[in-house]
Design a protein around this ligand. Structure first.
Ligand SMILES: Cc1cn([C@H]2C[C@H](O)[C@@H](COP(=O)(O)OP(=O)(O)O[C@H]3O[C@H](C)C(=O)[C@H](O)[C@H]3O)O2)c(=O)[nH]c1=O
Length: 179
């Protein structure tokens, strides 16, 4: 199991060790002791599972504190372009984004701490699963529009499939930090 600390502080990728044999393969998708020893000590209280057809874009989402959620995200099948945006006002990378390919074959997963907006686009039919450090609270939900002109995120897909709810998310406002 390999852990990679990425440019935006607190965002950590985990690449599991896959054990192949004549039956197929096995890997640990979560291990509290190993994750805690590599910068992800949080406990998780809710698991989520979503299926997306190719071209579906979900996000960018976050929950306001005190309902903020850290997320350990991965794809169980398929492939997704995962995007995180640093919304922490005191962070040296405030307003910056980072993109990752989550691939079921690789089994890689990403820890996205509280303070980030998170979204992904399904590059093929994808089952997206993730563990959350806090429970969902509808009233605490918010986000940033996927095509916000200031962020200029390149999703790599023309005309993504976006929910009506996500289409009307607010734009990024650097003058009104959220975390
Ligand atoms: C998030 C959530 C939603 N729901 C219900 C609410 C709706 O009736 C339905 C679909 O919700 P939504 O359209 O918000 O689902 P996504 O667009 O996949 O949202 C997620 O997608 C992005 C990528 C994220 O990072 C968030 O974790 C999460 O917001 O599930 C629940 O019952 N519990 C939950 O935890």
């Amino acid at each position: 199991m390999e852990f990679i600390k990425h440019r935006l502080s607190g965002v950590i990728e985990c690449i599991p060790t896959k054990y192949h044999d004549e039956r197929g393969f096995f890997y640990e998708s979560y291990n509290q002791k190993r994750f805690a020893a590599n910068g992800i000590p949080e406990d998780f209280v809710q698991d989520n599972y979503s299926f997306s057809t190719k071209g579906v874009l979900r996000g960018l989402h976050f929950q306001h504190n005190p309902n903020g959620q850290g997320k350990l995200v991965r794809v169980m099948t398929g492939k997704a372009l995962d995007v995180v945006v640093d919304l922490r006002k005191d962070s040296p990378t405030f307003g910056q984004q980072e993109k990752f390919i989550l691939d079921a074959d690789k089994g890689n997963m990403l820890y996205v701490p509280i303070g980030f907006a998170h979204g992904f686009i399904a590059l093929e039919e994808t089952i997206f699963v993730y563990k959350c450090t806090n429970f969902w609270k509808k009233e605490a939900e918010s986000g940033i529009r996927w095509n916000d002109p200031q962020l200029g995120i390149e999703w790599g897909v023309e005309n993504p499939i976006v929910s009506d709810k996500d289409q009307i998310l607010p734009d990024f406002d650097p003058n009104h930090p959220i975390f």
